[in-house]
Design a protein around this ligand. Structure first.
Ligand SMILES: [Zn+2]
Length: 430
């Protein structure tokens, strides 16, 4: 199987150029990029895509989400965080069954594919069902079972199930699925448990995915319990010796930013969730200036309320500008980078996030025909500040077309909407 994309404006995030190119894909990788590629003789199994009028960019990387939480989207909004968790989310989640997570994951995956996300990093429960949805849909994902260890019995159960999940799914779906260990957060996982997780992660050779410094309440709890801040606390425990993907990192000081940089922690920024839950503003511009590996995520759909990474990267940019009172903060190119190449590195991927020879063929084509793509002064600015997820027309992941002309090739969108709607309403009603 091979694919030739002809005459497409290609966004090159490594050399910061946008020019018309042909892109040749063989199997799962990008094999050639040139101004003209003539295949002669043309093999019968090459699919030709006419890229005229379209913009090709690397598939977007959603660095932190709980994808099945689409089931709770819009069920209750505008509440204080603890009200929302105690009275809506946790009671609904306690009723969750595997099948619900499967359909909720598919609903989220449809939304991600249709808005240009080709890789996501997830933490949730019933992860076999999430993995099944990933396998069937054609998307790429880094998956982990969330572990809460306030009760040690739960912690041990979580660790055991995580180990089984990793054994069963690491490298599956032709390598599209990779796995991690996910202790939920420093305030829900005591030090002894975290030490166990660290040694298990080293043994299994997987990264750790964890929420860090999301709210001021968390900072207060950790200071009271351990006399220090969350990032320092985790450093003291040795957690960052394992490749770490840290979600949020809203409340961090300069020294903590240095720690994140030193250990190459992937710092996943979730601006819309942080705004909606009134958590605060992460110092992303400063982190980038100091060389932290910053990625971008939507968090779960219940606290966002969608999974559109174009919207997320624009929000990230505007939020940095207004919070630093500096219009040059998080510029167009950098906000595209944290959603692609830098975001991929933050998760530990070395061969996705850019359209480059040898990289995995995860490419999206944006139909740049709406009025807001004209005039064509600067393609980077147009994509960062005008583009919408709904303009994504074609999605290629691992060298396979999984969406063409906004039609998904592997999964049935109407059936997924029907099932997820029915289940979501039942779960929240109780
Ligand atoms: Zn989260």
């Amino acid at each position: 199987m091979s694919i030739l994309i002809k005459n497409v404006v290609m966004l090159d995030l490594i050399n910061h150029e946008a020019a018309e190119k042909d892109i040749f894909i063989e199997k799962d990788r990008i094999s050639q990029i040139a101004s003209k590629i003539n295949l002669s003789p043309l093999t019968a199994n090459t699919t030709i895509i006419d890229g005229k009028g379209k913009i090709a960019l690397p598939g977007l990387v959603n660095g932190h989400t709980h994808v099945a939480m689409t089931l709770f989207r819009g069920a209750a909004d505008d509440l204080p965080l603890m009200d929302w968790l105690n009275n809506v989310i946790w009671p609904s989640e306690s009723r969750l069954k595997g099948e619900d997570v499967y359909w909720g994951s598919l609903l989220g995956i449809v939304e991600m594919l249709k808005s240009g996300t080709t890789t996501f990093c997830d933490m949730y429960f019933f992860m076999d069902e999430v993995a099944r949805a990933v396998e069937e849909s054609g998307i790429r994902a880094l998956l982990s079972r969330g572990m809460v260890a306030l009760d040690p019995v739960n912690g041990e159960k979580g660790l055991k199930e995580s180990g089984e999940f990793i054994k069963n799914w690491q490298g599956k779906a032709s390598g599209r699925i990779t796995t991690a260990l996910a202790p939920h957060a420093p305030y829900t996982c005591p030090p002894e448990f975290l030490k166990e997780v660290i040694s298990e992660a080293k043994k299994l050779g997987v990264p750790i995915h964890i929420h860090i410094s999301e709210t001021l309440d968390e900072i207060k709890i950790i200071k009271e319990k351990y006399g220090t801040t969350p990032v320092r606390h985790l450093e003291n425990l040795g957690l960052f010796e394992v490749k770490t993907i840290g979600a949020h990192l809203v409340h961090v000081d300069d020294e903590e930013i240095e720690i994140l940089k030193r250990y190459r922690v992937g710092a996943i920024h979730n601006p819309q969730s942080n705004m909606k839950l009134a958590s605060g503003i992460a110092p992303v511009q400063k982190m980038l200036e100091r060389g932290v590996l910053v990625g971008l995520g939507t968090d779960g759909a219940a606290s966002n309320n969608d999974l559109d990474m174009f919207e997320e990267l624009r929000t990230a940019s505007y939020l940095q500008k207004v919070s630093t009172m500096n219009s040059q903060a998080l510029n167009a190119k950098t906000s595209l980078e944290i959603a692609t190449l830098l975001g991929a590195k933050a998760l530990g991927f070395e061969d996705i996030g850019a359209i480059k020879e040898g990289y995995k063929a995860d490419i999206i084509l944006v139909d740049a025909n709406e009025t807001y793509y004209y005039p064509r002064h600067n393609v980077f600015n147009l994509l960062a500040y005008s583009a919408k997820g709904a303009d994504v027309e074609t999605v290629i992941i691992d060298g396979e077309i999984v969406m063409k002309n906004r039609e998904l090739t592997r999964i049935d969108e109407e059936k997924i909407k029907f099932e997820a709607n029915k289940r979501g309403i039942q779960l929240v009603a109780g």
